[in-house]
Write a new protein. Structure first.
Length: 129
């Protein structure tokens, strides 16, 4: 699955927010995300449809430094380092994970509400018919 990321040197990660989805009927939502400051277990993601109904998905997310291979989680990207806030390189291995949620394709999607948890970070999402 291909994801479109934000521009370099710009903030492009989302936490504790509701993200507007493109209106349409879709069967799958794919998400690129990770946990921070430890594994983030049993997190609830909510897709809202234009008729006001919702679908809730519970997903555990591995910390970006310690993969747990939770059900529904796949390693999407492996990096050999991260840049620390002070600009130095932390030369350990870090991971981004892919998740898939099955949607009600008879309904039009409106938004995705992320868990109210700053340690759950979404970098991108995409939908397929």
């Amino acid at each position: 699955m291909n994801f479109t990321l934000g521009a370099a040197q710009a903030l492009d990660a989302v936490s504790s927010a509701t993200v507007t989805l493109p209106a349409g009927t879709f069967s799958k939502l794919y998400m690129l995300a990770t946990g921070l400051n430890g594994n983030q277990t049993s997190q609830t993601f909510i897709v809202t449809y234009t008729d006001g109904t919702t679908s809730a998905f519970t997903q555990s997310l591995s910390d970006w430094f310690t993969p747990q291979s939770y059900a529904g989680e796949a390693t999407a990207q492996t990096e050999s380092y991260r840049v620390s806030p002070n600009g130095t390189l932390d030369q350990r291995t870090f991971y981004l994970y892919g998740y898939t949620f099955t949607l009600n394709n008879a309904k039009t999607v409106k938004s995705l509400t992320l868990p109210s948890n700053a340690n759950v970070v979404m970098l991108a999402a995409t939908l397929t018919p």
